[in-house]
Design a binder for this molecule. Sequence first.
Ligand code: ADP
Ligand code: ASP
Ligand code: MG
Length: 407
Amino acid sequence: MRILVQKFGGTSLATHEQRERVAEKIIKACREGYAVVVVVSAMGRMGAPYATDTLIQLGNAANPELSKRELDLLLSCGEIISGAVLAGVLQRMGFDTVCLTGWQAGIITDSQYGNARIIEVKPQQVLRYLQEKKIVIVAGFQGITKEGEITTLGRGGSDTTAVALGVALQAEVVEIYTDVDGIKTADPRIVKEAKTLENITYNEICQLAHEGARVIHPRAVEIAMQNNIPLRVKCTFNNNPGTLVANRKGVLEDTTVIHHDRIITGITQISNITQLKIETKDYEDPQIQLKIFKAMALAGISVDFINVYPEAVIFTVRDEVADKAVEILKNMNLHPEVRRGCAKVAAVGAGMTGIPGVMAKIIEALTNEGIKILQSADSYTTIWCLVAREDMERAVRALHQQFLLSD
Ligand code: ADP
Ligand code: ASP
Ligand code: MG
């Protein structure tokens, strides 16, 4: 049995017309001889009646402190509604289709509500239906703990469901269908001329996904990379080939050509960041720096962009936990300088290691645009700059232009 997993995102399923386009993609794959497993997200984005954001609002309206367990239960409904409706469309077209919840499809997770990790996949039920020649639709983004509790996999987590099922079912390829042509050199909402990459290595897409290119969930890429399963990111609304994610290796007659990662693959951005600066030079306590970071860890606050100097500590947190972080610091008798409304832009390239001049080009591009760099950091694959939120789009476009990433 040749198995194909196709995942359709919320923007591909928002209207009846779109769901018919989705059905056409599924039927085409069936006609090509594949046993097809379809993973769906909740229908539409913010404002659509059964979209994840709408369900979050519904829960918050009932109780802003709604327990994580009940919130997950509520959110899991979005994907179930989507799957059942799509099954209806296919059945009406005459195709034998079943829709399964994440737990019926054997997606077993840990018990971290809201951001659960898949720990096991038991695909027997899915396989049984495939053997009966049915199209199997699986509600993405959800699973069940060993204790029988329902969990969700973190925003964008349907990608992870699709890849995990693809691995468990030994699918030939996992196709991720979305509203853009594939993986691009920047978010096309910010850089209109961003180029669609024909192919990309796991390493490269992993970096992009971690840095905020939300076109694919980073955990989905990690599972694909560990298991060496190819992914293809494509658009639901055209027949373009999209982007192939695989380990690039070309065979040329009797020579194997290993292609290297690009110096810069793309530009990414993450907004809603708050920068905190704490002067520590007047504190007698030699442990003060350690105490700051221990206090953040104890409160479950993840810190980023960390710079520790003899006289000060600077780091960033997500906006939504900024008030909590400030309160903790004030309770320690510290006086943080708070800069809200920042964004992190990054030039990502798994091949930039050891290449001189990348930072100079970044500073040149941003300075020429009059954009102030509030902080910077680098690793062997990424250079990050913190900028004011209102400069974010201009910064992304300037960096994209500087590294000549469009056609
Ligand atoms: P889906 O509902 O299909 O899961 P998402 O909104 O999660 O869709 O992801 C698709 C969106 O990702 C695109 O509409 C695009 O704006 C955004 N995006 C951000 N960075 C990139 C990138 N580098 N390449 C392609 N799309 C990107
Ligand atoms: N519906 C979920 C979300 O909006 C999961 C997904 O779309 O992949 O995050
Ligand atoms: Mg997504």
